[in-house]
Write a protein that binds this ligand. Structure first.
Ligand code: AMP
Ligand code: ZN
Length: 112
């Protein structure tokens, strides 16, 4: 399987890791779109939001718990945005489920 995020999980591709537990890994985005921009991914390969199954509920719970922990550590008390791009129209370029977390600047809405 040719998945860049699976390679990051295995340690074959280096990343700037900021958090890791049994279920998830968080690391800085290569092309940050805000002063804080990291990705939270499940260690398990799940293609995107359309492929999440009932058995993945612990993973998803831990994705959001880890976002909460990291947000507190990084002092994102003024708020932040969690983004999941799904499929072609959603702008998904890496086909391994991931959540962008952006903060430390005022973010526009709607995103366009
Ligand atoms: P998406 O467009 O939602 O699929 O986002 C994929 C994100 O992964 C982009 O923001 C990329 O900058 C980021 N990305 C791709 N490869 C790497 C990598 N090796 N390390 C960190 N971020 C990456
Ligand atoms: Zn993968």
């Amino acid at each position: 399987m040719d998945c860049v995020f699976c390679e990051i999980v295995k340690g074959n591709i280096l990343s700037e890791k900021i958090y890791e537990d049994e279920y998830v890994l968080a690391f800085k985005d290569l092309k940050p779109q805000a002063p804080v921009h990291f990705l939270v991914i499940p260690k398990k390969h799940i293609k995107n939001a359309l492929e999440i199954k009932e058995e993945d509920k612990d993973i998803l719970y831990n994705v959001f718990l880890s976002i909460q922990k990291i947000a507190k550590e990084l002092d994102l008390k003024d708020g932040f945005r969690v983004v999941n791009n799904c499929g072609e129209d959603g702008g998904q370029t890496v086909l391994h489920l991931h959540f962008h977390v952006l903060g430390k600047r005022k973010l526009n809405w709607p995103p366009g």
